[in-house]
Design a protein around this ligand. Structure first.
Ligand code: NI
Ligand code: MN
Length: 227
C-alpha cells in the first residue's frame, strides 16, 4: 500500500490498480505540486465541507467517474452537481472499490463557501479506512478528544493527524492523540500551507517519541510512504 501526500490534507492511497483520494485540495493549494488532471482515483473520501478539503473533488469526479463518499448532507449537496456521491454518518461503514471507510466523530465545523456566503452541509468526520490490507485513521480537521482511544482499538497501522494548530489541534495535542491512537506510524498534515499553521514536524516527532511507540513519518508534498 502506498500513501502519497499532496500537501495540506490531500492524500492518495494506491494498492495494485486501485486508488483513492482524501480531501483533494490541489488547485489553489500553495503546497500542492500535482495537477488534479493527472489523478484517476476510483474513490474520493471527504472529511468535511470546508473548501480546503473539498477542493477539486467535483472536477476530478466528473472527469474520472470516481465515487465520492462523505457525510450525508455534503454528499447530497455535491450529488446535485452531477457526480456520484454516497452519504453516510458517524459510526457507519461504506464499502468501495478495494476497501471500506468507517466514519468517526471530529470536533470542528463544516461549511462550504459559495460566492460571499456559507452553506453548511453537514458535520465533520474522521475516517477509518481499510484498504490494501492496512487500517488507516485520517482524523480530518479536529481537536484532541478522549474517544480517540476507542478509534485506537481498531488496530491502526497509520494515523494521519493535523498538527497545524489555529484551526485544528496543534503538535502537543496531536502527540497526546498519538498516545490514545497507538498507530504504527503517524503522518502529520494540515500544516505549513498558510502562515497561521506553520509548524516544525521534527519537533512534533520528538513530542510523539516522548509519549508512545508510534513512529512519525513526515512527508513533504509529493512524498510517498510504502508499507
Ligand atoms: Ni476544516
Ligand atoms: Mn482544513
Amino acid at each position: 500500500m502506498r500513501i502519497t501526500y499532496f500537501g495540506h490534507s490531500a492524500f492518495q492511497f494506491q494498492h495494485g490498480d486501485q486508488s483513492l483520494l482524501i480531501d483533494p485540495f490541489l488547485s489553489g493549494n500553495p503546497s500542492a505540486t500535482v495537477s488534479p488532471e493527472t489523478l484517476s482515483p476510483q474513490t474520493i473520501l471527504l472529511t468535511h465541507a470546508h473548501n480546503d478539503h473539498v477542493g477539486d473533488t467535483v472536477a476530478i469526479a466528473k472527469r474520472t467517474g470516481a465515487t465520492i463518499i462523505t457525510v450525508f448532507e455534503l454528499a447530497t449537496y455535491l450529488g446535485r452537481q452531477g457526480v456520484t456521491a454516497i452519504g453516510a454518518n458517524h459510526g457507519g461503514t461504506v464499502a468501495f472499490a478495494g476497501g471500506s471507510v468507517k466514519f468517526t466523530p471530529a470536533w470542528h465545523s463544516s461549511s462550504y463557501s459559495v460566492d460571499d456566503d456559507f452553506v453548511a452541509p453537514g458535520i465533520p468526520a474522521g475516517l477509518v479506512i481499510r484498504f490494501g490490507g492496512k487500517t488507516v485513521y485520517a482524523a480530518g480537521d479536529t481537536c484532541l478528544f478522549g474517544d480517540m482511544a476507542l478509534i485506537g482499538e481498531e488496530g491502526l497501522d497509520a494515523a494521519i493527524l493535523p498538527i497545524g494548530d489555529h484551526f485544528t489541534m496543534g503538535p502537543a495535542d496531536a502527540a497526546r492523540a498519538s498516545r490514545l491512537l497507538r498507530a504504527g506510524i503517524v503522518i502529520p498534515c494540515h500544516y505549513d500551507t498558510f502562515p497561521p499553521i506553520s509548524q516544525d514536524p521534527a519537533q512534533f516527532a520528538t513530542l510523539v517519541a516522548e509519549q508512545c511507540d508510534s513512529t512519525v513519518v513526515a512527508l513533504r508534498p509529493n512524498d510517498a510512504h510504502d508499507f
